[in-house]
Design a protein around this ligand. Structure first.
Ligand SMILES: [Cu+2]
Length: 166
């Protein structure tokens, strides 16, 4: 009885591949903090979707912070850039990409539980709409310049990143 139920559940999941975000990958990920005294930091990357269905990253978690949030920058009424949490998450259209970059969308680490030491690694997990996940290791690079790596990223390929769509 239970076995029959399980097989039915598996079949139901297999019938909806659009939700699993197949074909998702990440390029050129790095993280940084503004100063070594900071209690927060951020991760940047280019998210790719080679699949045939749109994906949406709705949350994230990490091993370095109390809270890991999806953020962006908006200009307030005075033209001052402020960070806000993006409740709806980051969409990655089928066949498209979505860049997280300094001054724009980013993954925010709030309440660091250890310093973001140059060359260390952060374990980051991106969570999609359907609850499936993509895990990657993000190198800390506090010396990275804002525009550096745009061309580099394409050549580096997957590097140390790895995913799990399940
Ligand atoms: Cu932020």
């Amino acid at each position: 009885m239970f076995r029959t139920f399980s097989l039915a559940a598996v079949a139901a999941v297999a019938a909806m591949p659009a939700l699993a975000c197949d074909g998702f990958s990440v390029d050129d990920a790095f993280a940084r903090t503004s100063t070594m005294m900071s209690q927060s930091g951020a991760a940047f990357m280019v998210m790719h979707n080679a699949g045939s269905a749109d994906c949406r990253v709705v949350s994230a978690r990490s091993d370095i912070a109390e809270r890991t949030e999806l953020h962006t920058h908006i200009a307030d009424a005075n033209g001052v850039m402020r960070m806000v949490e993006v409740e709806e998450g980051f969409p990655v259209a089928a066949g498209g990409e979505h860049a997280l970059a300094r001054g724009g969308d980013h993954v925010m680490f709030m309440g660091l539980n250890r310093p973001m030491e140059q060359g260390s690694t952060i374990h980051l997990t991106l969570v999609f709409e359907d609850g499936s996940e993509y895990a990657l290791d993000v190198p800390v690079d506090n010396e990275r310049m804002p525009m550096q790596g745009m061309q580099q990223g394409a050549m580096q390929g997957q590097g140390m990143m790895h995913g799990q769509n399940n």
